[in-house]
Design a protein around this ligand. Structure first.
Ligand SMILES: NC(=O)c1ccc[n+]([C@@H]2O[C@H](COP(=O)([O-])OP(=O)(O)OC[C@H]3O[C@@H](n4cnc5c(N)ncnc54)[C@H](O)[C@@H]3O)[C@@H](O)[C@H]2O)c1
Length: 395
């Protein structure tokens, strides 16, 4: 390997633009070079002419790329259905990988990526950016040092209303399958995936690992006209017996969170509301407070340069596919734990929004999920006619 590391980018539009801009701006500062783009639709990207002007070659597929090229690091920011195939092909061709979240559409796909990482010895890191922030690691180190006492439970609550334009933006939005391929798009696998992953990651007993679920029960509900669910309540138990309660909905009529609360023997740790669950205050039972602030100078794209460092030093990346597997296990179990229940029509409202958009929402849902979170319960634990009991999945 030469001193300058080569980085190829899969995808050039959508979120891949954040990667491309970061590579244009900071590759040289990190002794790396942005050497190729792989995207069959690259011409549609606003960055296409910048790539051409920089003499960076563009390939239609990774197979075509590897016929003549190689890369030390391949960043994959293509749609989720391609992650498995592209990540495995890259490590089999000698590249390390930074693949966007979620790792894959199904647990089987994520497991295949994990196997490929082990077989090739090249890492597959997953781009959950919270896992690369130093604030996450400061808090995690203090949790693992026993500073807060034993962790008993953790609750994450996110109400993020999404309008029809969100669900109409792509054929796979809200779908289980798209063009015959699994996507399992849902709040768990998409908009709030970072927070579900981060919950397992903060509970991991080493800097690089996530706690594993040993059982999970979930209820899934739907107000929108979609194949998969828009509302989910999860109760997972980790292998160390921490109760993880996770509530997320795109069908509330107002926005909350994500709010994370962790109950420990000697303290209560909460995320501060304005910071997307990435700054925290620990309230100790003895009255002390410890503040964990997100470093404003740390870029959300730091993950690229952490992976570059991991290649240089041979260290395990901060969030590899093994650390991301807990999220995939939880999503898979939530899909299997229950049937999706439609909210009764009389509870659903279609609320006009700007630009002729419409929010389909259940106005009473927000308060119910807040009550569930406060009690550590699922909707069916209350006396609610439409709520359906589900079954516990054990791993
Ligand atoms: N980390 C974050 O905060 C964050 C934010 C947004 C999206 N994402 C993730 O980024 C990934 C991409 O999401 P998106 O919304 O930008 O998707 P998108 O549908 O906008 O596609 C991104 C790019 O991939 C290209 N592409 C399509 N098929 C391809 C193929 N076979 N090979 C190579 N490139 C291909 C498209 O042309 C496009 O340029 C997803 O995994 C998503 O979850 C992460």
């Amino acid at each position: 390997m030469s001193d300058t590391l080569s980085i190829a980018l899969v995808g050039l539009g959508g979120y891949a633009q954040c990667y491309a801009n970061e590579l244009f701006d900071n590759a040289a500062n990190n002794n790396a070079q942005f050497t190729a783009v792989i995207d069959p639709l690259a011409k549609k990207s606003d960055l296409y002419s910048r790539v051409i002007d920089a003499n960076i070659p563009i390939f239609d597929s990774l197979e075509e790329f590897y016929q003549t090229q190689s890369a030390d690091l391949v960043c994959i920011a293509s749609p989720i259905t391609f992650h498995r195939e592209q990540a495995i092909l890259a490590v089999q061709n000698g590249s390390s990988v930074l693949c966007e979240k979620p790792a894959a559409a199904t647990l089987e796909d994520a497991q295949a990526m994990y196997d490929a990482q082990n077989e090739t010895g090249k890492f597959i890191a997953i781009g959950y950016q919270l896992s690369y922030h130093s604030v996450t690691h400061k808090l995690k180190a203090d949790i693992n040092s026993g500073k807060f006492g034993q962790v008993n439970s953790m609750t994450v609550l996110t109400h993020w209303p999404r309008t029809h334009s969100y669900y109409n933006r792509a054929s796979w939005a809200g779908a289980k399958y798209s063009n015959g391929q699994a996507v399992f798009d849902s709040p768990l696998n998409n908009a709030t995936a970072h927070y579900l992953h981060n919950a397992f990651y903060l509970l991991g007993d080493t800097a690089h690992s996530s706690a594993k679920p040993k059982s999970l029960i979930a209820e899934t509900y739907r107000a929108n006209n979609i194949e998969n669910f828009d509302t989910v309540a999860v109760h997972a138990k980790t292998e160390s017996n921490v109760d993880l309660h996770f509530y997320a909905s795109h069908a509330t009529d107002s926005q909350i969170g994500p709010i994370m609360t962790m109950n420990c023997e000697d303290s209560r740790i909460v995320s501060t509301p304005s910071s997307y669950n990435s700054s925290y205050i620990a309230y100790m039972n003895n009255g002390e407070e410890h503040h964990y602030q997100l470093d404003p100078d740390e870029s959300y794209m730091k993950k690229i340069w952490d992976c570059v460092d991991a290649i240089r030093t041979g260290a395990r990346p901060l969030c590899d596919i093994e650390a991301a597997l807990s999220h995939s296990m939880a999503v898979s179990a939530a899909q299997r734990s229950c049937e999706i229940v439609d909210f009764p029509e009389e509870l659903v409202e279609h609320i006009p929004k700007e630009n002729d958009d419409i929010l389909t929402a259940v106005p009473t849902l927000g308060e119910l999920l807040v009550q569930c979170a406060a009690a550590g319960k699922l909707p069916a634990d209350f006396d609610i006619e439409w709520a359906a009991k589900s079954k516990t999945i054990t791993f």
